[in-house]
Write a protein that binds this ligand. Structure first.
Ligand code: TYD
Ligand code: MG
Length: 456
C-alpha cells in the first residue's frame, strides 16, 4: 500500500496551520506568510518511545539542592532566577549578531568547572570559527565538546555518545531532521526539532539551551512558535549602534519574568554592567537643561535611574505629533491630557517628543510624573536641578498616586548621590523610614504641588 503524501499550509510567522493557502494569516494577521509543508503520516509516529514515569505524591518528591547550574555571569543567573535549572529547556532569542553565541560560549567555562560536560552544536559555524572565538573569549575547557552538525538525528547520536549534562544548539533555525519532510528552517522543522530536543532533555536530564534568531519582518520561521514549549525564554536585545545589551526574561517557569541583565560588548566579549544607572545618567557636573528629568524605575529586583527628555516644539501639521520612545504611546497621551486639563497647559499646537535615554522601555507608570515634568519644563523653559529625581504615577484627576518599592528607589538615589527627590505621599508607617535617607524628600499629592516643588 503506497503511503499518501500529506501536506498542509503553515504560516511561517506564527505556525498557524491551514488545509489550503491563505493570503493573510487569521491568527497573526501577516500577509503572504503561508508555505506548503509536507507532513509525516500521523500513524507512522511511534508512541512507544515514551519513558516510564512513575506517579508520585508531591510530598515525596525530593529536591536536589544542586539543581541550579551557575554561569560566569551573575546577570545571566539572575535573569534565569538563579542559574540554569538542571534538565530545563531554555530558548535564547535575539536579532542576528546581537551576541547570543558569545554570551553562551562565555558562560561555558564556569559550567564546565562545575563538573558538567557541555556539548556545543554549532550548526551555523565551523568548529574552527568557534575555536577562534573561544580563544578570544578565553574559553578553553576540556569538558567542552564542539560539533558542527546540522542534522538533528546525528546530534541525538552524539548525545548518546558524549552524554553531556549541558547542551547548546546554535541555532535552531540551522538544524533539520531527516524524519521531517518539510524544508530546513520551516516552522514544522523548528517545532519538531525542538520537540525532539525537549524529549531528550527531560528524559536524560540534560540542560538544553536553544538559540533562535528573530527578525523584525518575521519572514524566517520565528522562535515565537517555540515559546510555549520551552521552560524559559530569554531575549537578548540592544541597539545596533550602542555596545550595551539587555537580557530580559520573557517566560520563566522557575523565576520572575521581569528581570533584566545588562552587558557591554567589548573586544574580549561581553562584560557585565553591575551599576547600570551610571551608564544612563548624565554627568551631574554638567549644566542642567530644560525638558530633562531623572526618574527611578524598578526592573525586576533592581532599580534603574534613567533620564527622560522631552521636546515641545510648534507644529506645522494640522494634527500635532506625539512621539514616545521608551514609554507607552497611550500613557504619553494620557499624561498630556492631564497637563492640559489640570494645569491648563495648551499643547494643541505643539509637537511633543519623549525619549528615555539608553533605549530602555519603561513599563511601569511610576515614570508618569517624571515625563509630565519634562514636558512642562521644556514648554516653560524651566530647569529641574540635576541632583533631583522624580517618582510618581499620575491619576486622571491630577493626583499623584503611590508607587511600589519606594525605599528601594530612594536607596539607589542615595547611592548615586542624589540630594533631592519628589515622591508621592507615603503612608504613616513609611514616614519614619524616610528620615533615614540622606535626601531631601518632598512628598506631593497633586501634580500642581510637584511642579511648584520641582521648579522652585
Ligand atoms: P555573536 O555572538 O556571533 O552574535 P549572534 O550569535 O547573536 O549572531 O556576536 C556578534 C557580534 O559581536 C559580532 O558582530 C562581533 C561582536 N563581538 C565583539 O564585539 N567582541 C567579541 O569578543 C565577540 C566574540 C564578538
Ligand atoms: Mg551566533
Amino acid at each position: 500500500m503506497g503511503s499518501k503524501t500529506k501536506t498542509k499550509w503553515v504560516c511561517q510567522n506564527c505556525g498557524y496551520e491551514s488545509v489550503s493557502y491563505l493570503g493573510r494569516c487569521p491568527d497573526c494577521g501577516q500577509f503572504s506568510t503561508f508555505c506548503e509543508e509536507v507532513t509525516e503520516k500521523e500513524t507512522n509516529k511511534k508512541t512507544t518511545s515514551a519513558a516510564y514515569m512513575p506517579v508520585t505524591s508531591i510530598k515525596e518528591i525530593e529536591l536536589d539542592q544542586k539543581t541550579r547550574i551557575l554561569t560566569n555571569f551573575e546577570e545571566l543567573d539572575r535573569v534565569l532566577g538563579g542559574g540554569f535549572v538542571q534538565g530545563s529547556l531554555v530558548l535564547l532569542a535575539g536579532d542576528p549578531g546581537i551576541g547570543k553565541s558569545t554570551l553562551i560560549l562565555q558562560s561555558c567555562n564556569k559550567i564546565c568547572e562545575q563538573n558538567k560536560k557541555v556539548l556545543y552544536v554549532c550548526a551555523e559555524e565551523s568548529t574552527t570559527q568557534v575555536k577562534l572565538r573561544a580563544q578570544r573569549l578565553g574559553v578553553n575547557s576540556e569538558s567542552l565538546y564542539v560539533t558542527a552538525q546540522n542534522c538533528l538525528d546525528e546530534v541525538l547520536n552524539q548525545i548518546n555518545e558524549v552524554r553531556p549534562d549541558f547542551l547548546i544548539v546554535d541555532s535552531i533555525q540551522a538544524i533539520y531532521s531527516e524524519t521531517i519532510l518539510s524544508s530546513s528552517g520551516s516552522v514544522s522543522q523548528i517545532r519538531e526539532c525542538t520537540n525532539m530536543l525537549m524529549r531528550v532533555a527531560k528524559e536524560k536530564n540534560i540542560t538544553t539551551v536553544i538559540i533562535g534568531h528573530v527578525t523584525k519582518e518575521g519572514n524566517i520561521a520565528g522562535p515565537r512558535v517555540l515559546e510555549h514549549m520551552v521552560d524559559c525564554v530569554i531575549n537578548f536585545e540592544g541597539d545596533k549602534y550602542k555596545t550595551y545589551r539587555l537580557l530580559r526574561s520573557i517566560k520563566n517557569r522557575f523565576g520572575s519574568t521581569n528581570e533584566v541583565g545588562i552587558f557591554n560588548m567589548e573586544d574580549t566579549g561581553l562584560v557585565e554592567i553591575k551599576n547600570p544607572s551610571e551608564l544612563f545618567l548624565r554627568d551631574k557636573e554638567l549644566e542642567p537643561t530644560s525638558g530633562a528629568t531623572i526618574i527611578a524605575t524598578v526592573e525586576g529586583t533592581r532599580v534603574l535611574l534613567l533620564e527622560v527628555q522631552a521636546l515641545v516644539a510648534p507644529t506645522s501639521y494640522p494634527a500635532p505629533r506625539r512621539v514616545a520612545r521608551g514609554i507607552e504611546y497611550n500613557r504619553l497621551l494620557q499624561i498630556l491630557a492631564v497637563l492640559e486639563k489640570r494645569i491648563g497647559l495648551n499643547l494643541s499646537k505643539k509637537d511633543v517628543y519623549i525619549n528615555v535615554i539608553g533605549g530602555i522601555d519603561i513599563m511601569e507608570p511610576a515614570a508618569d510624573l517624571g515625563v509630565a515634568l519634562a514636558v512642562l519644563t521644556c514648554e516653560k523653559d524651566k530647569v529641574i536641578p540635576s541632583d533631583m529625581a522624580i517618582i510618581g504615577e499620575i491619576g486622571l484627576n491630577g493626583e499623584i498616586r503611590p508607587v511600589s518599592n519606594i525605599e528601594k528607589r530612594l536607596r539607589e538615589m542615595e547611592k548615586l548621590g542624589f540630594k533631592r527627590a519628589i515622591i508621592p505621599k507615603v503612608s504613616k508607617s513609611l514616614e519614619g523610614k524616610l528620615k533615614t535617607f540622606d535626601i531631601d524628600i518632598i512628598q506631593v499629592e497633586k501634580i500642581k504641588d510637584a511642579i511648584l516643588s520641582a521648579t522652585k
